[in-house]
Design a protein around this ligand. Structure first.
Ligand SMILES: Cc1ncc(COP(=O)(O)O)c(C=O)c1O
Ligand SMILES: N[C@@H](CCCC[NH3+])C(=O)O
Length: 437
């Protein structure tokens, strides 16, 4: 039997459940810090996105932005759900290959893809390359001419839309390192070059205005600008773009301060806008692609930590230190991101203190959360930070030579290790000793 407290499931022992598995048992079995995913939440999100498009009866593709969380098991899970994914590096693509993911369902992003990365993608018959700049057109021209291999490409453009989000999470504005600028004519120039390049087969245009977006206006504006481009290119170059890819960025709730719109609100509005513009201008309705990352995996992840030291500065603040921190979740330090935390072994106990959760890294900025209301805690308790499934493990580091955590998948009351915990030995695995002179 389990009950729900807030968004968390709790068992009779008063312990947090993740995918039906007791989080305290997870901490004992796999040690901490540990990132545990409720796999059914990932599946549900994908089904939710699919259902929205299905009911709108439009051609679409959901391409999971794997930078949010990319491991072999994750690519396999995405494949079970039969959606596409995007990668942004040779390393992500290699992981997808190792996972047996169908590479013809992969799009390859990046503002500075190397020759080796592009070659690797072509060798594996990548589904589509999302071209970001003129240098890449040239590299792809050389590589495809050499191998006499055609490849589908999309053009990433910056529509000049500033999304209302953290500065580091904005990507669609003109002054961005990503994509071809529309206003200055770079996008026009790029599509002409691509059309004139024998082995490059243009199938779509792409934009991504940012991440953790709550307002609908940016998406609508982006859809309008993209459809205007489709129309312009039809008129100027007699080329009608079959796919319009609007990227990801759908915001999720981390704390009660955030009230994101449901994906159906965003997506329905995007579909309606694209349909309206297509009909008005006698354009074929393009296939609509989205690339959700955070909204697929964010709410499914929970980070489990063991409490160590406490420090109380009378009249100032109470610190509670845990065995992880900025190495397994850089987001609080990098973006001032906020999360909710609970004590996984004391879910039914009343709050009794206001504490700030400190990581173990040698940085004053290594704070996971400020001023959280928690039950009384002592060393050995298990703190769970909720909704850490996106951009936590995937941005993890070995700072201070702390090993990265393990990752488990939990579903229907069972758990499975999907990423092993790094060990101290791994910290020196690539080191070479000094050569004595
Ligand atoms: C091109 C592109 N697509 C998709 C995403 C996924 O964004 P999100 O995780 O906010 O859905 C990103 C990341 O911001 C991105 O850069
Ligand atoms: N890493 C960012 C979002 C992804 C940006 C990718 N373009 C975050 O954690 O919020």
């Amino acid at each position: 039997m389990s009950t729900q407290i807030g968004t968390a499931d709790v068992n009779q022992a008063g312990h947090l459940l993740v995918g039906g598995v007791d989080a305290v048992k997870l901490a004992t079995e796999y040690q901490t810090p540990l990132i545990a995913y409720d796999v059914s939440k990932i599946r549900q999100q994908i089904h939710h996105f699919k259902a929205i498009f299905d009911s709108a009866q439009v051609k679409y593709q959901i391409s999971y932005a794997s930078k949010a969380f990319a491991t072999i098991a994750m690519y396999q899970l995405i494949n079970q759900e039969q959606i596409h994914c995007d990668v942004v590096s040779g390393g992500e693509l290699y992981t997808a290959v190792k996972a047996g993911f169908p590479i013809d369902k992969v799009s390859f992003h990046g503002n500075n893809k190397s020759r080796e990365e592009l070659q690797f993608a072509l060798e594996h018959q990548i589904g589509c390359i999302i071209i970001d700049n003129f240098h890449e057109i040239e590299l792809l021209r050389e590589l495809t001419e050499k191998s006499q291999q055609s490849v589908d490409v999309m053009l990433r453009v910056t529509p000049g839309v500033s999304a209302h989000t953290h500065e580091y999470d904005m990507t669609g504005q003109e002054d961005s390192k990503f994509g071809f600028d529309i206003k200055s004519g770079q996008a026009d120039q790029a599509i002409q070059q691509i059309i004139a390049t024998p082995y490059l087969n243009p199938v779509g245009i792409h934009c991504h205005i940012g991440s953790q977006i709550f307002a609908i206006e940016g998406f609508i504006l982006a859809a309008q600008k993209m459809m205007q481009l489709v129309l312009d290119w039809k008129n100027k170059f007699n080329f009608e773009t079959p796919i319009v890819n609007l990227g990801g960025g759908f915001g999720i709730r981390y704390t009660d301060d955030e009230q994101p719109l449901q994906p159906e609100v965003f997506i329905q509005a995007i579909i309606d806008e694209i349909k309206k513009i297509a009909t008005k201008n006698n354009l074929k309705l393009p296939e609509i692609w989205i690339e959700p990352g955070r909204s697929i995996v964010g709410a499914a992840g929970v980070s489990l930590y063991t409490v160590g030291s406490h420090k109380s500065i009378p009249g100032v603040r109470n610190y509670l230190a845990v065995d992880g921190g900025m190495g397994d979740n850089i987001r609080p330090a990098l973006y001032q991101a906020k999360y909710e935390s609970v004590v996984a072994n004391k879910m039914n106990e009343p709050t009794a203190q206001t504490v700030s959760i400190a990581g173990k890294y040698c940085e004053s900025g290594d704070m996971l959360a400020w001023d959280q209301k928690l039950p009384a805690t002592q060393a050995g308790d298990i703190v769970a930070m909720l909704d850490t499934g996106a951009y936590g493990y995937s941005m993890a580091s070995n700072y201070n030579r702390n090993p990265r955590p393990a990752v488990v998948f939990c579903e229907n009351g069972k758990s499975q290790l999907v990423v092993k915990r790094e060990q101290w030995q791994d910290m020196t695995a690539l080191d070479l000793p000094l050569i004595e002179s």
